[in-house]
Design a binder for this molecule. Structure first.
Ligand code: H2U
Ligand code: ZN
Length: 346
């Protein structure tokens, strides 16, 4: 094992990628820009918000006066339901060189917006565990419905939060993009988990959780059903991962108790994040799960990733640029230092 106070790299067995860690650089002076923070004061109902109950959306549709979680088809969907006919004609079987170099595939699917609450001024940590559990139940119902379709093989659930993440609206909401093709990150994680299962005859993310429970250095908290860690191979400064304790391949398999366990973990980590820099903490988060492609996927363990961009204050964020775009991701703050800072806020 290298000296963790000196430059070293760490392996992510899920994606089979390396991250460079440069702990000695954490104290270098910062002369880069600062992001302006979005003002925290918002009304509970905003007449100009396209997600608030009763309001008109960009395409003229009117939101119902919803009370809990509300789902609608994205009016500007990145993936459209083209159906099976379009998918058959994707040119994958052509054999000439140009076709191999210039590969393309038709994509078909569905994009939806999921409002977590009718209240414009709330975010995930403001919701009760019961309200977050309702979000989890809607995620499950959406995956059950879409995963059963033969023109959909993967459902990506995510939340993009905060202006710095390019989120267009502070109203608490997430999205789902369901597609016929299996996205790159999911293919990587499928390969990583399948390789582990083949070699060790055990589950990668269960073995990983056991290791983190024993090390305790990067473990933030656990409840009966889920644990939260700063991954050993984290790229983002305060990146975390939520891991289930049972073998759960897809979110649709969660028991009622596990739904509450996940909701509790979501509330705890988002509350902790908001306290770190005393700001409504921006991030991209999402559920990773086995594809809905008809295979069993015994290698898969569902989990959630939180990728927050903030580095040292409400205004200073990490950029993945330069060496990271061209060579490999890099971080200064070690995952153990990040875990230590987050753990103090729990
Ligand atoms: P963000 O989570 O990145 O802010 O995106 C919100 C989504 O809401 C975005 O994908 C959709 C956009 O296409 N949207 C609608 O579906 N209807 C609207 O009236 C405005 C925005
Ligand atoms: Zn709103």
């Amino acid at each position: 094992m290298p000296n963790f106070d000196l430059p070293h790299r760490r392996f992510n067995p899920l994606t089979q990628e390396w991250v460079l860690v440069s702990p000695h650089r954490a104290k270098r002076p910062w002369q880069g820009g600062t992001e302006k923070t979005a003002s925290a004061q918002r009304p509970a109902y905003d007449p100009t918000c396209y997600l608030c109950p009763g309001n008109v959306r960009a395409n003229g549709a009117v939101n119902p006066n919803y009370a809990g979680v509300y789902v609608f088809d994205n009016d500007f969907a990145a993936i459209l339901p083209l159906g099976n006919d379009a998918l058959d004609d994707d040119g994958r079987n052509r054999s000439d060189l140009a076709a191999e170099l210039l590969q393309s595939q038709a994509e078909s699917g569905v994009c939806r917006v999921i409002c977590f609450s009718p209240c414009h001024d709330q975010t995930m940590p403001d919701l009760s565990v019961a309200q977050i559990a309702e979000v989890v139940q809607v995620w499950m119902a959406q995956c059950a419905e879409l995963g059963a379709r033969d023109d959909i093989r993967y459902v990506q659930l995510f939340e993009n939060k905060g202006e710095v993440m390019g989120c267009s609206n502070p109203h608490p909401h997430g999205q789902l993009w369901a597609s016929y093709n299996i996205p790159t990150e999911i293919e990587k994680e499928t390969r990583g988990q399948a390789a582990w299962l083949a070699q060790k005859k055990s589950l990668l993310l269960r073995d990983y959780l056991t290791t983190e429970q024993q090390a305790a250095e990067r473990l933030l908290f656990e409840n009966e059903h889920f644990a939260c860690v700063v991954p050993f191979w984290a790229v983002w400064p305060f990146e975390t991962m939520l891991l289930p304790k049972r073998h759960i391949r897809r979110i649709v398999e969660l028991t009622e108790a596990e739904q509450l366990g996940l909701a509790d973990a979501l509330k705890r980590i988002t509350t902790c994040y908001d306290q770190l820099f005393d700001v409504s903490f921006p991030y991209s988060m999402g559920v990773h799960q086995a594809p809905y492609d008809g295979d069993d996927h015994p290698e898969w363990q569902m989990h959630l990733h939180f990728y927050p961009p903030l580095l040292r204050s409400a205004t200073v964020k990490k950029f993945l640029v330069g060496y990271e775009m061209l060579a490999q991701p890099q971080r200064d703050l070690t995952p153990e230092q990040a875990a230590d800072r987050l753990r103090r806020l729990l």
